[in-house]
Design a protein around this ligand. Structure first.
Ligand SMILES: Cc1ncc(COP(=O)(O)O)c(C=O)c1O
Length: 397
């Protein structure tokens, strides 16, 4: 049983940190998180500092380098890896593109996608395939949502020339969590392919939600963003590259930030770590915004505690939705992530329903494949918001 009173009491102060929560019932964290006050203040403070001390000066440049290091360290601590494995990017899609375009492709190589990938990533894979004459196929994981074995599906979809598996950790449409540790181990050491299969993970819906240890997962590339479940500002994300594959992933977009330079200032090689994929001037004050957002979550609880609370709350929403006759949750078992996707049998299309909900102050989104509505629940969502959403749905359908 959910202890609603104690959950709500434990969140009272934390919720005050998020101005975006005060005037609405927000269920779109998988689209973008609500920026905490401390995040916005850190961005403004950083801008002020840059103007006072620069904006271009020796002092500012070393401040930026130090603060960027701190961000890599704090991200790495959240993901259970060393900071040298982290590249700061703008978003998930840039991270995926760094991994996709940086491998040494040969005509005829094969990329395996799952059927739950984001359109932007699918488009990048297709263009890559066109450029380098690669084969692409898609394996059907959706049928394993309510039973079945995703690893078995992946196993049976590998081909002798498969070199890369592209898979989300949490599928953005159904909320299914893939068993990445088993998948990575199998891909690296399987009897089917000529070479080990590398694993590129779209972590848009897992970072800031699941309790993560990438070292254990053994994935090769893990592309994420700060602006969804971490509630950082839009424009800062990251990429983890497993140290064993760093040398085989070549930078594609290249600039001064990724270079080691000689005494004349000319590039003599790549930076020894994840910084080699960082390109040039960025909106550095946003880095401070993300650091502050991560710190706000930490003040409340560890990644494990946050994830456990997400599970309790998504479980509550899922159970309440299942009790409504005309609603079908895509998952037959309680959610394992912050996503709850459902279909509604009624006269309103999902888009009309989502618009009607938004007009009443409930923010959700539709997905096209499968056509459904998605509600995202964070650890600081309160049970009363869930109850109000369920009531609003009942009245609309
Ligand atoms: C699974 C998945 N991949 C990629 C993206 C795109 O994210 P970004 O805009 O950070 O690149 C999203 C955004 O919703 C997503 O859900």
């Amino acid at each position: 049983m959910l202890d609603k009173d104690s959950i709500t009491a434990n969140l009272q102060e934390q919720r005050l940190e998020f101005p975006g929560l005060t005037n609405k019932n927000y269920f779109n964290f998988g689209g973008q998180g609500t920026l905490p006050k401390a995040g916005l203040e850190a961005i403004v403070d950083a801008h002020n500092y840059l103007q006072q001390q620069g904006p271009f000066s020796g002092k500012v440049n070393s401040w930026i380098a130090k603060r960027s290091d701190l961000l890599r360290q704090e991200i790495a601590a959240e993901l259970g890896v060393r900071s040298t494995t982290i590249t700061i990017t703008e978003d998930v899609t840039v991270g995926c593109n760094i991994a996709l375009w940086g491998l040494d492709w040969q005509p005829g190589d094969h990329i395996l996608l799952t059927d739950g990938e984001h359109p932007g990533i699918i488009a990048a894979v297709k263009e890559l395939a066109r450029r380098f004459q690669l084969e692409v196929s898609t394996c059907k994981l959706r049928e394993t949502l309510n039973g079945g074995d995703p690893l078995a599906v992946i196993k049976s979809s590998l081909q002798p020339r498969t070199r890369l598996l592209v898979a989300s950790h949490v599928l953005w449409n159904t909320g299914q969590v893939l068993p990445l540790e088993e998948i990575s181990k199998y891909c690296h050491d399987n009897p089917i392919t000529e070479n080990p299969v590398l694993v590129l993970v779209d972590a848009a819906q897992s970072v800031g939600c699941l309790d993560l240890n990438l070292q254990e997962l053994q994935v090769d590339f893990y592309a994420f963003t700060g602006h969804k479940w971490w509630c950082g500002p839009a424009g800062v994300g990251g990429l983890y590259v497993r140290p064993e594959v760093l040398e085989s992933l070549h930078p594609t977009f290249i600039g001064w930030r990724g270079l080691e330079v000689d005494s004349q200032g000319y590039g003599i090689g790549w930076k020894p770590d994840g910084r080699r994929y960082e390109v040039a001037t960025s909106a550095y004050p946003l880095y401070e915004g993300l650091r502050a957002a991560i710190a706000v979550h930490h003040q409340w609880g560890s990644p494990r505690r946050r994830y456990e609370q997400i599970l309790e709350l998504t479980g509550y929403l899922w159970q309440e939705l299942r009790a409504i006759d005309s609603i079908i949750c895509l998952k037959n078992t309680p959610p394992e992530s912050g996503l709850v996707s459902f279909l509604v049998n009624g006269s309103l299309t999902p888009q009309k329903l989502v618009t009607a909900l938004e007009n009443q102050g409930f923010f959700l989104r539709t997905l096209l494949d499968p056509l459904c509505i998605r509600a995202c629940v964070h650890y600081f969502t309160v049970p009363s918001e869930i109850e109000k959403l369920v009531q609003a749905l009942k009245e609309l359908i």
